[in-house]
Write a protein that binds this ligand. Structure first.
Ligand code: PBG
Length: 332
């Protein structure tokens, strides 16, 4: 019998070579629509418009979707050249316990409709599900209960993979979660499912519009005791190194625009592909400038995406991914 740990290592070079979309994303010497990742927001139980479909500041092209709207949106995005999607699934109500049925339904809706025409990455975090809005299970004193948190994250990732997700993307910033997810996925038979880790994620003011859309604002305190301090360069790089050692297939800096200096150092320290997440506040900032008549939003987006590339980003997660083809990137 091959030991489980050896099996996991054996797949490390193979996961990103499996499908044309994965290979296109990992092809670093050209940049096409396959290098852009489009976030999607699924809100369970959204039957009638609730007045909050549009995500504050992101413009009407970024909406909170029910299952039907999700499928319609993805169909349009595929036509526009998008190949990679990052799904945020928000439960109908926060029960405090981890229920992943909404994740399963959203993944099945998309993969059932489009199959291998796209790669679906699922954001793995607890902050949309917990009553307190933190990314962890808390203990009686309000501190992080790391063991139960890792178990819950692993269950979330396995549920997403069981439903057909092509990859999982832990965004919680708990210590050891990449290794824990990898082990849980392997144990459940998902040795082929890659992990795109939010490996260098700062505590940032630029997540505001996202938290409104994902119903994930902390009800008390902030996320400074698990997300990285913007002043801490060594911590920022080591956090990605640790994720790489734990088996992450893809690394990421976030917020992208304010982490531009770290992309190349992380890539060199780890030998891994590093992406940049242009987060909701950064994207909304450009939209706000455009509303004031101070900037052409498309030209500004193109500029920021070129800068991500110049800085060494292997892929870009942006709310404007669906505009990349129209803005000149070849569709692949
Ligand atoms: C959940 C999560 C957040 C984002 C992605 N996943 C918010 C947070 O950490 O508070 C932010 C994305 C964005 O602002 O566009 N943990």
């Amino acid at each position: 019998m091959t030991p489980a740990s050896f099996t996991a290592r054996g797949w490390d070079r193979l996961r990103l070579r499996q499908s044309p979309h994965m290979r296109n994303l990992a092809a670093e010497t050209e940049f096409t629509t396959s290098h852009f990742v489009q976030p999607l927001f699924f809100v369970d139980g959204l039957t009638a418009p609730d007045g909050r479909e549009t995500i504050p500041g992101l413009g009407d092209d970024n909406t909170r979707c029910n299952e039907r709207a999700l499928v319609e949106t993805v169909a349009r995005d595929l036509d526009a050249g998008v190949r990679h999607f990052l799904l945020f699934a928000v439960p109908a109500e926060k029960r405090g316990t981890l229920d992943t049925s909404h994740v399963t339904r959203a993944v099945r809706a998309i993969k059932g409709a489009f199959g291998d025409r796209l790669c679906l990455w699922v954001d793995v975090c607890l902050c949309s599900s917990t009553t307190h809005g933190h990314c962890a299970v808390l203990d009686a004193k309000g501190g992080i209960a790391l063991g139960p948190t890792l178990e819950a994250l692993a269950a979330y990732a396995v549920a997403a993979a069981d439903a057909g997700a092509d990859g999982v993307s832990p965004s919680d910033m708990m210590d050891g979660r990449t290794a824990h997810l990898r082990a849980a996925l392997d144990a459940a038979g998902h040795v082929r499912v890659p992990v795109m880790s939010y490996s260098t994620k700062f505590a940032s003011k630029f997540y505001g519009p996202f938290r409104a859309a994902a119903d994930s604002s902390p009800q008390h305190g902030d996320r400074a005791h698990y997300q990285i301090d913007v002043r801490a360069r060594v911590d920022a790089i080591q956090s990605s190194v640790r994720c790489a050692e734990e088996g992450a297939d893809l690394l990421m800096v976030k917020p992208g625009m304010t982490s531009i200096d770290l992309i190349r150092p992380i890539a060199e320290a780890t030998g891994k592909l590093v992406g940049a997440y242009q987060v909701s506040g950064e994207y909304a900032g450009l939209r706000a400038l455009a509303r004031e008549g101070l900037v052409d939003v498309d030209a500004a987006l193109v500029e920021t995406w070129h800068v991500f590339r110049r800085a060494g980003a292997a892929y870009i997660i942006t709310y404007g991914a669906r505009r990349a083809a129209a803005l000149g990137w070849p569709v692949r």
